[in-house]
Design a protein around this ligand. Structure first.
Ligand code: FRU
Length: 516
């Protein structure tokens, strides 16, 4: 019985696990930093994953630490991700960890910041050199081709910082009237930009700056804060222009900063998380994909900032609504899933219960049949006084049970068989006895007797009568000096030769052999 349970439980577990229809792709996202640009991108990655349905994302943010990012990549790989999306903090430092992932056969998408290795599956970014270059040209025109510019660069070893600087310098070199008063080493953060600008001002008290180019908007704003603070001590002094890169939508984004005239210009550095997820899924599903993708970007100036802002805010509103829809759908799906599990559990519990009940019922029926068989065998082959004992025992056993004794139950069977055996014993010698006679002695009709005896013992009354005759004959042969013919007549046979034939059939020997 218990073994049967085991099979049922295993079957249930298999059915539950089979009900999860789609394979999940586990994608690890290793972000070098945590800031508004990354936040926007992560939201888009989530949204992109939602549209695919078979994607599960695991995020890790290294907060600008090389060591942390290396550890995070290794642990994502150990967690068994199917694909890695990574923005390496610096070109050289993160490459070994990315190589390790790639060498393990995990596809790698490097985005936005480059590595020093060729071990990646695809690269997706906007053109950082181009951005720096366009910004350089714009700045040149903004200050009429002459003036002093201060540059605050991004993190030294990161590719966008290097490329933006190169692009910017190449553009500026074409304008002999422009002097780059300083290129300060920043790290993308507002705080560092503020600090380094402050200390530069302290060292160049008389310097006049016309424009500050920050490698990103946060950097430009850090420099702005520092310059504003020091010029506050010199009333009437005009602030320089500030330009940055990122051009994010939203309250603290570059577009709003340009609209509010805090920045003179910014450059949209696209995040496009959904596009990155599409690329990842194409790779995972073995579909064609581009190894190198360059995303479009655009300059935001005071001339177009209002339009760009309107459009980007509308896009954000739509994205927000999509997100709300997504949450609603998620909640609904979750409810549906729970309901499915509940339904499935109730269904399997009921099925299990039914199976148990059926098994118990079959087990009970078999027990009854076995018990009946035992009683019939015992009573039939036993002397009448033992049969009596067996009957009383069975009765005693059954009266302790809770269910009433029915016609088919062992006690009733025992009583019936004992009684029938007595009737047969009494009629044994009578060679003319018929089934009708036996039935009459049992107060039954011939058909009733036949049915009952057959259903209980599997033999007909006549067969039982003959068995009883032969049993008695065997005893007589063993215990008396009676001849074979005498024994045959004594147990109701009319012809000794027929008796000998029947005896041989049942006992496999001749009556004479018993005597010997
Ligand atoms: C965000 C960020 C952006 C910058 C980019 C460079 O983490 O610092 O501000 O444009 O990374 O990789």
């Amino acid at each position: 019985m218990l073994q049967r349970y085991h099979y049922l439980i295993i079957l249930a577990v298999i059915l539950v696990s089979c009900s999860d229809e789609s394979t999940k792709f586990r994608i690890g996202v290793s972000q070098c930093s945590d800031d508004i640009w990354r936040d926007k991108q992560n939201a888009e990655l989530r949204m992109g994953a939602y549209f695919h349905g078979n994607v599960e994302l695991k995020f890790a943010a290294a907060y600008d630490s090389d060591e942390r990012q290396v550890q995070q990549i290794d642990s994502l790989v150990n967690d068994g991700i199917d694909l890695l999306i990574v923005a390496p903090n610096q070109v050289k430092t993160i490459s070994p960890a990315i190589d390790r992932a790639y060498d393990k056969g995990i596809p790698v998408i490097v985005f936005e910041r480059k590595t020093s290795s060729q071990k990646y599956t695809a690269f997706i970014s906007a053109d950082n050199y181009e951005m720096g270059h366009v910004m350089g040209e714009y700045i040149t025109s903004q200050i009429g081709g002459k003036g002093n510019v201060l540059e605050i660069m991004g993190l030294g070893g990161s590719s966008p910082a290097i490329e933006r600087h190169n692009g910017f310098m190449d553009a500026i070199r074409k304008a002999p009237g422009i002097n780059v008063a300083g290129s300060l080493q920043g790290d993308w953060t507002e705080q560092t930009a503020y600090k380094i600008t402050k200390s530069w001002i302290a060292r160049h008290k008389d310097a006049h700056i016309d424009l500050v180019f920050g490698a990103n908007d946060r950097t430009a704003m850090g420099a702005r804060r520092a310059i504003q603070e020091s010029s506050g001590k010199e009333p009437g002094k005009r602030l320089p222009l500030f330009c940055g890169i990122d051009g994010l939508p939203g309250p603290n984004g570059g577009i709003r900063l340009v609209c509010d005239s805090l920045l003179d210009a910014s450059y949209i550095y696209p995040t496009h998380g959904d596009q990155i997820i599409n690329l990842a899924v194409s790779i995972l599903e073995g579909k064609p994909y581009k190894k190198e993708t360059m995303m479009m970007s655009a300059l935001v100036t005071r001339d177009n900032a209002k339009v760009v802002r309107m459009q980007s805010e509308e896009l954000m509103r739509q994205a927000d609504r999509l997100d709300q829809l997504h949450r609603k759908a998620d909640a609904y799906l979750h409810k549906l899933d729970t309901q499915r599990v509940v339904n499935w559990l109730s269904f399997s519990t009921i099925t299990l219960l039914l199976i148990i009940i059926i098994l118990f019922y079959l087990y009970h029926l078999r027990n009854i049949a076995l018990q009946r068989e035992r009683i019939v065998n015992t009573l039939w082959n036993m002397k009448p006084e033992y049969a009596q004992e067996e009957q009383t025992e069975t009765k005693a056993e059954d009266t302790t049970g809770e269910s009433p004794v029915t016609e088919n139950e062992p006690a009733a069977v025992s009583v019936f068989i004992t009684r029938f055996k007595e009737v047969i014993e009494a009629r044994l010698k009578d060679s003319n006895v018929s089934v009708e006679d036996l039935a009459a002695d049992m107060n039954l009709s011939r058909v009733q007797l036949y049915r009952k005896v057959k259903s209980i013992t599997g033999s007909s009354p006549i067969e039982l009568l003959r068995t009883a005759r032969l049993n008695r004959a065997y005893q007589l042969l063993l215990t008396t000096d009676k001849s074979i013919s005498e024994v045959a007549y004594a147990v109701g046979f009319t012809a000794p030769s027929y008796f000998t034939k029947c005896f041989k059939e049942v006992y496999g020997m001749l009556p004479g052999d018993v005597k010997k």
